[in-house]
Structures are given as structure tokens and as C-alpha cells.
Ligand binder design. Structure first.
Ligand SMILES: Cc1cc2nc3c(=O)[nH]c(=O)nc-3n(C[C@H](O)[C@H](O)[C@H](O)COP(=O)(O)OP(=O)(O)OC[C@H]3O[C@@H](n4cnc5c(N)ncnc54)[C@H](O)[C@@H]3O)c2cc1C
Length: 438
């Protein structure tokens, strides 16, 4: 017989979103236990995150949610709410700003600028001259559509040029996503949360249509009325364990991703003067990294294959995808040093049909899910913690969230978010970018 424990809520997964949910549940007075199959918080897909914090999304709700969380990154210590000693190492948010290139494909950012205007998010229109001044040596010829290396026209510019972009000053990146997660864990522990590592949830216990606990791989049983699935790329597996996948219109799948980590050109001090650049014309986003490196991620152009995988069986070796991304960026950033042996990360997104997240209850009373983060929800973790806690309070208080969705008053904005837009029962949202941009 294994041990028997009890909690007011069990959180499956101690990534950035899972820990943020544990923290907020603990702040609401619940005794929480977080369980993770890995040895420490933030070791899952969070550890590979580019940790970009940006405020442009394709939907107004997505934009508001991200802007709300931006304020938490901006004042990390207040968010954590800890009286931390000077020796405690905190993750740092570097506010570099984010430049988004205007292209025909992104509708010259009309939508995005509209959303920013409605939410009073600062943004500036930059013409080509301003871009060239900020990013010396940038080649602004158009290379769209993004191509594969084997395409004879790969790297050949078309006739057009990038005429401008939109700069969002309230953006940047978090220097260490794992440390950020462990900071949240420390805050949650301060409020009484417990964390069990190297333990896997292998069973969801139910009685009469309601969750009553979880079983772990070492035989431990945790009795609880509330379970939250924040298992990242394993979310579909955990939903299957709970047998809640059948009523879901929006589902989740693990998608393999490569991020190239390449030295910046010699003439560019990208580490100090660089910024986030989202460049739909070449299908690449990038950000500065220490040592004057550049991280180059994919914006999922149509020519790139999607590699859906089993999260327990995927290769962490680079294919030619990371090199393709780096070479695409080299079209713009002349002198980028693309190495013959690629460095960077290979990891998984947890993707929905419309690349927008699911923050929701399930058909099983007491079983909730925060999943389908689709490569773009690291930044939203603090807001996701508040959303899920509010949603759980609402549902456990007897409200029918599926019929009458929980409305979340955002913490830092005068905006009420209809969380029904994040439901597992929604229709695919046609306004989405259907890419990592959300
Ligand atoms: C390469 C890459 C780049 C990204 N870049 C950005 C970015 O720049 N900006 C941004 O906002 N987002 C980005 N993202 C997305 C972001 O990192 C994720 O949305 C976020 O980290 C997800 O956090 P999570 O807590 O939901 O999941 P995870 O960090 O994956 O945590 C899930 C945890 O659940 C555990 N688990 C799974 N199953 C079980 C089980 N049965 N029992 C116990 N534990 C279990 C796992 O071990 C894992 O630790 C990126 C993602 C990747 C992969």
C-alpha cells in the first residue's frame, strides 16, 4: 500500500503555468500539491522557452490577457509578493521592445494596431529608415514567401521591400524561464503549497461523475476535490487518463519545434542593442541572447512541415529545420554566423486546432485544464494563474461555466475577459494567426 495524502487541489505539472496556478490557488487559501514527473520546477517545455513577453496577438482577448501579464513581469517582485532576501536570485525581464514587420500576409498589422489602440497599449509606426537605424545592416528586401532550402529560389529576394513595422516598447524577454518558474514555486511554498517531484500522475480517481483524487506511479494516492491538468505537451495524455477528451471540440497535440542559437554578426551588438523582431516576411522571430547570440524561432510558414509527436518518443537531434530558420534570418541579418553544427533547443509545443489556449473546466466535475499553450503562453502564466483560480472558484461555487462563462476582471487593466473564448467547447477561432503568434 502506498501513502495517502490529501489536498484542496492537485496541480499536475510544475512548469511556468502550473506553478502560477498553484501560487494563485494557494493565495486563495487552498492547500495545494503540485506533482511533476521531472526532478524540479520548470524542467519541462518551459525550460526551452524563448520566454518572449510581447503584447501583440491576433485577438483582442489574447492581447488583453498578454498585456495584463506584462505588468507582472515588469514588477516581478511585487507579483511574487515575497519579502525576498538580497541573496535570492530572481529571473529578470529585459524590456527590449518588439518590432513586428508589416507585410501583406499580416494585413500590414491593421488588426494588431487596432487591438493595441483599444487597450491603450503603446506602439509606434516605424518606417524603413527608422528600422535601418535601429538594426544596422538589416536587409529590408522582401523574401516572401518563406521557402525551404531545397527550393531553387531560397534566399532570392523578390521585387518588394519591407516598408515599415510596428514597434511595441512594452515587450522583451525573461532571461531564465526555469528560474522564473522556481521563483513562483518559492512564492507558492511560502503560501503553503507542496511540490512532489519525480512522481507521475498515472490515475485520475473519480466517483459519481466527480474527481476525488489522483494516483501516482509510486502508489501514493492524493485525495482532492480539484485537479488541474497543466501537463504541457502531455496534456492530451492526462485528459485521456481522466476520460474527459470525448466532449472536447478543441483538442491538444504535441508539436516538435527547433530554435536555432547562432552568433550575431560582428558589426551588431545584438546582445546589448538588440530587440525582439517578429518577421512574417521570412517566417522567423528572433531575440537577443547572452554572448551576443541570436535565438531564431519559426513563425510556422506554410512550407514548413508540422511534426506531431508522442511526447515520450521524439528526437532532440536537430534536423535541417533550425539551419533553415537561421539561414532565413541571415537573409535579413547579413553576416549572421550560421554554424555547420547547429546549437539551440529542440522541444515541444502543446498545440490546439486554432493555436489559442484552453483554460477551462471539463466534463468531469472538479477536473480542470490549462493546456494547448501553442508555443505562446509562457508570458501569460501570471494571468493564467488568476484566470484558473477565478474559474475554479466560479465552477465550485455551482455556476455553469459552459453555459454562462466566467468573466475575469483583469488585474492590471480595466478589461473584463470572457473566458468562454478559451473554452474546450469553442468553435475554431477564425481570427487566429494559426501559428505560434496566437
Ligand atoms: C521552443 C519553445 C519556445 C517557446 N517560446 C515562447 C516564447 O518566447 N514566449 C512564450 O510566451 N511562450 C513560448 N513558448 C511556450 C511556453 O514555453 C509554454 O507555453 C509554457 O512553458 C508552458 O508551460 P506549462 O507549465 O503549461 O508546461 P510545461 O513547462 O511543459 O510543464 C508541464 C509539466 O507537466 C509535467 N507532467 C506531464 N505529465 C505529467 C504527469 N502525468 N504527472 C506529473 N507530471 C507531468 C511535465 O514533466 C512538465 O514539467 C515556447 C515553447 C517552446 C517549446
Amino acid at each position: 500500500m502506498g501513502k495517502e495524502l490529501s489536498a484542496d487541489a492537485v496541480v499536475i505539472g510544475a512548469g511556468i503555468i502550473g506553478t502560477a496556478i498553484a501560487l494563485e490557488l494557494a493565495r486563495s487559501g487552498r492547500r495545494t500539491i503540485s506533482v511533476d514527473r521531472l526532478p524540479a520546477a520548470g524542467y519541462g517545455s518551459t525550460s526551452s522557452s524563448c520566454a518572449i513577453v510581447r503584447v501583440h496577438y491576433s485577438t483582442l482577448q489574447g492581447t488583453a490577457f498578454a498585456y495584463d501579464a506584462y505588468f507582472d513581469w515588469k514588477d516581478w517582485q511585487s507579483y511574487l509578493g515575497l519579502d525576498l532576501s538580497e541573496s535570492t536570485k530572481l529571473a529578470r525581464f529585459r524590456e527590449t521592445g518588439c518590432l513586428v514587420m508589416k507585410t501583406k500576409e499580416n494585413g500590414f498589422l491593421e488588426n494588431v494596431v487596432n487591438h493595441a489602440g483599444k487597450l491603450s497599449i503603446p506602439c509606434e509606426n516605424w518606417d524603413a529608415q527608422r528600422i535601418a537605424k535601429r538594426l544596422p545592416g538589416y536587409d529590408l528586401r522582401s523574401f516572401a514567401p518563406a521557402r525551404r532550402q531545397e527550393d531553387p529560389e531560397f534566399g532570392q529576394p523578390g521585387l518588394g521591400r519591407i516598408e515599415g513595422g510596428v514597434f511595441f516598447p512594452t515587450a522583451g524577454f525573461v532571461n531564465d524561464p526555469q528560474l522564473a518558474t522556481q521563483n513562483i514555486q518559492a512564492a507558492a511554498v511560502h503560501h503553503g503549497s507542496q511540490f512532489l517531484f519525480n512522481r507521475e500522475v498515472t490515475e485520475i480517481l473519480t466517483t459519481a461523475g466527480r474527481v476525488e483524487g489522483v494516483g501516482l506511479d509510486d502508489g501514493t494516492i492524493i485525495r482532492t476535490p480539484v485537479v488541474v491538468n497543466v501537463a504541457g505537451p502531455y496534456s492530451a495524455k492526462v485528459n485521456r487518463l481522466a476520460r474527459v477528451d470525448e466532449d472536447m471540440k478543441i483538442t491538444t497535440r504535441a508539436l516538435r519545434q527547433e530554435v536555432a542559437h547562432v552568433p550575431a554578426p560582428d558589426h551588431l551588438d545584438f546582445e546589448r542593442n538588440g530587440l525582439i523582431v517578429s518577421d512574417n516576411d521570412i517566417g522567423v522571430y528572433c531575440r537577443p541572447e547572452s554572448g551576443n547570440f541570436v535565438l531564431a524561432g519559426s513563425e510556422d510558414p506554410p512550407c514548413d512541415p508540422h511534426e506531431w509527436v508522442d511526447p515520450d518518443e521524439f528526437s532532440r537531434d536537430f534536423t535541417d529545420q533550425a539551419t533553415t530558420q537561421a539561414l532565413r534570418l541571415a537573409q535579413r541579418m547579413r553576416g549572421l554566423k550560421v554554424p555547420s553544427r547547429m546549437g539551440g533547443v529542440v522541444d515541444l509545443y502543446d498545440v490546439t486546432e486554432d493555436w489559442l489556449p484552453i483554460y477551462d473546466r471539463s466534463a468531469l466535475e472538479g477536473f480542470y485544464m490549462a493546456c494547448g499553450s501553442s508555443g505562446n503562453q509562457f508570458k501569460n502564466a501570471p494571468a493564467a494563474g488568476r484566470l484558473m483560480t477565478g474559474l475554479i472558484d466560479y465552477c465550485e461555487g455551482g455556476h455553469d461555466h459552459d453555459r454562462d462563462p466566467f468573466q475575469l476582471k483583469l488585474a492590471h487593466l480595466d478589461y473584463v475577459l470572457d473566458t468562454g473564448t478559451m473554452s474546450r467547447l469553442r468553435e475554431v477561432n477564425p481570427d487566429s494567426s494559426f501559428s505560434v503568434l496566437g
